[in-house]
Design a protein around this ligand. Structure first.
Ligand code: BES
Ligand code: ZN
Length: 650
């Protein structure tokens, strides 16, 4: 730690104080110390330390409450430059506040105490893989604001700077992806989901582009390229988000709308027309939507995820615009995070299932409400197939198949997988089946209200579950019998799927399987009964095709059903995966085009993995990847580098 310079800066003090006062309408804040600590029982004892192993910050000593960002977005140098000014709360004895940073250039830090601003001493710790460097700022007594002047690196892992050739409009585009611990690569922050803050921001961007954030957004372009944002609800850092591009806004109804590049915005607004009905259904089940508006931002196809639940503004891949609204479960999923995740948040990434398992469960409920039980059953069966396939990838003794993860010492991105989503949702569906839908709905509604704008860990969830749902049920948790469907220990700290778990079924998929049997018995593709099949029937069909299906048969399928050129990305990627496995190299031209255009990791990972299984496939994949890699977000290229054994600088 450098020695404090203690230079009095009265002018800066005045502006700083004004800036700090400008935010209004704050929601209640939650200190990590407000995390509920429940009774010591078997599971509570397992609680390790409440600290987040993926953050250097020590929020119990000094915590951020509000962030005010002022940044210049420079496409030329691919950097953000400016200041992050925090209102903080420090314990009386605290003499420093700690932020997470990674690849940030910190130029100065100014701290205000008792209305007086001074240059503060600060230090950056040694760089640690994926965690970055702790920024320690020395605090005088009664310090209440900290202003950090900084610049991002062109390599900032959260940010992707797209060139004109990567967008529909031919204009450049900037997008961010902060979850899980990448916010620290574009904002110095207490980068843990256990800390929440409100924020405001001023962004200065090229005049022909529009800026949007996970906040109250503009609907028109600003002539001077200067945009102001307010986020009056307190959020964790992983929900900080920014995008800058040639954007237009279309309203869906008075609460919902869509932002996209001009040539995409109409199709997007049509595709997402059911969003208002989803919101109404979710509110009826789980209580009022807490975030004001719900808009979607459709990104260029390099966006590494299907969707990201940035509050007020879900970020979405354009690959869900299929032209028939058949992939909107993804929108329901991101919307559901407005309750599970954004309103009630996992305390650390080890508790990730609280965000994703709960959200997957709610998505199923919303889809049932909107499109009927058969639709929801198909989604549930596909989800269960994903789960079983994921279990196959793990050593049965690996803690990575537990709901409660143990990610300390690792990049959380490596340990976050389908288990949280599908085993988590299976756990909740099993609970629902046990106590009945009515009681379970009441329980969840109470849960969202009790923990709203708070973060909680798995153990706190389990205590709350016991007290508020299971208290009346006999022998639920203490059963030594691992086959008990409600053996909470087995669900939370055990591998695989506990026996007695709720099992999804779909009569629609039985129909699909009957056609596969007919195919195997010699019926020609043209004579199969597929006339009323939807996207999900086709996905099941492709997944269930027997492994012995030959390349010639795949060729016949494509003649009949045109999978190669399907406008449906889910069908295309399922098709490519099976075709690669069957050695049906005819798909390579279409596959190559897909891999060059789409950066969504969920598609890239199985496709490159299937290719890498044979020497010829691997060599072709490396060729394509060499060309495609520069267009992928770091989240995707990190994963694919590993699959293909790609060395830095290749
Ligand atoms: N929050 C996740 C995305 C995420 C998870 C980002 C972990 C970084 C780390 C988002 O809500 C999500 O789950 N997206 C899925 C879609 C969903 C329908 C399963 C995706 O992108 O595929
Ligand atoms: Zn999610």
């Amino acid at each position: 730690m450098k020695k404090a310079k203690s230079v009095g800066l009265p002018l800066i003090a005045a502006t700083l104080a004004l800036g700090a006062m400008s935010s209004c309408n704050r929601s209640e804040h939650t200190a990590p110390s407000e995390h509920a600590d429940h009774s010591a029982d078997g599971i509570a004892e397992k609680r390790a330390t409440a600290a987040d192993p993926h953050s250097f910050s020590r929020p119990r000593e000094a915590v951020v409450r509000h962030l005010d960002l002022d940044l210049v977005v420079d496409f030329e140098s691919q950097t953000l430059t400016g200041t992050a000014t925090y209102e903080i709360e420090a314990a009386p004895e605290a003499d420093e506040i700690v932020f997470d940073t990674r690849d940030l250039e910190i130029s100065s830090v100014i701290v205000t105490a008792a209305g007086e601003a001074r240059q503060a001493a600060f230090s950056l710790s040694e760089e640690q893989p994926f965690l970055g460097r702790a920024l320690r700022v020395e605090l005088p007594p009664a310090a209440n604001t900290v202003r950090i002047a900084y610049a991002t690196s062109p390599q900032a892992a959260a940010l992707q700077w797209l060139g004109p050739e990567q967008t529909a409009s031919g204009k450049p585009f900037l997008l961010s992806q902060s979850q899980a611990i990448l916010a620290r690569t574009w904002v110095p922050c207490q980068d843990t989901p256990g800390v929440r803050m409100t924020y405001s921001a001023t962004l200065r961007v090229p005049k022909d582009l529009m800026a949007v954030m996970s906040a109250e957004n503009p609907t028109e372009r600003a002539v001077d390229g200067v945009y102001h944002f307010e986020m009056p609800q307190a959020i964790p850092s992983y929900l900080l988000a920014v995008a800058v591009g040639d954007l237009e806004f279309r309203s869906i109804d008075e609460r919902a709308g869509v932002y996209a590049e001009p040539s995409v915005v109409e199709a997007a607004a049509w595709e997402f027309a059911d969003v208002p009905a989803m919101m109404t259904a979710a509110e009826k089940l789980y209580g009022p939507y807490a975030w004001g508006r719900y808009d979607l931002l459709v990104l260029p196809p390099s966006f590494p995820f299907g969707g990201m639940e940035n509050p007020r503004l879900t970020f979405a891949t354009p690959t869900i615009i299929s032209g028939d609204r058949s992939l909107v479960a993804l929108v329901a999923h991101e919307l559901a995070h407005s309750w599970s995740g954004n309103l009630v948040t996992n305390a650390t990434w080890d508790d990730f299932w609280l965000n994703e398992g709960m959200t997957t469960y709610i998505t199923g409920r919303l889809m049932e409400e909107l499109y009927g039980v058969e639709y929801a059953q198909m989604l549930a069966v596909l989800g269960r197939q994903d789960l079983l396939a994921t279990f196959e990838e793990f050593d049965p003794s690996s803690p990575d198949s537990h709901l409660k993860l143990a990610l300390a010492g690792r990049d959380p991105d490596d340990g976050m997988n389908d288990i949280a989503y599908e085993k988590g949702s299976a756990f909740l569906s099993t609970l629902e089946a046990k106590v009945g839908r009515k009681r379970f709905d009441e329980f969840l509604r109470g849960y969202f209200s009790h923990f709203s704008f708070k973060s909680l860990d798995t153990e706190t969830f389990v205590s709350y579950l016991r007290e508020n749902l299971l208290a009346g049920e006999a022998n639920l948790s203490q059963s030594p019998d691992m086959s008990d469907a409600l053996n909470l220990e087995a669900w939370i700290y055990g591998p695989g799927l506990p026996a007695g778990a709720w099992t999804p079924e779909s009569a629609e998929f039985d129909r699909v399987e009957a056609q596969i049997t007919a195919l195997e018995q010699g019926t020609e593709p043209a004579d199969l009964d597929t006339g009323d099949w939807t996207t999900h029937h086709w996905l099941h069909f492709l997944r269930k095709l027997p492994d012995r299906t030959t390349s010639a048969e795949f060729a016949a399928f494509d003649i009949q059903w045109h999978f190669n050129t399907s406008g449906n990305s889910e069908i295309q990627s399922a098709w490519f995966e099976r075709a690669i496995e069957a050695g049906h190299t005819d798909v390579y031209p279409a596959l190559g085009e897909f891999l060059l255009r789409v950066g969504r990791r969920k598609f890239l990972k199985p496709l490159y993995t299937a290719l890498a299984a044979t020497p010829q496939g691997l060599s072709w994949a490396r060729e394509v990847y060499g060309e495609a890699r520069g267009g992928y977000h770091s989240v995707s290229s990190n994963t694919i580098d590993e699959i293909l054994g790609w060395e830095a600088g290749e």
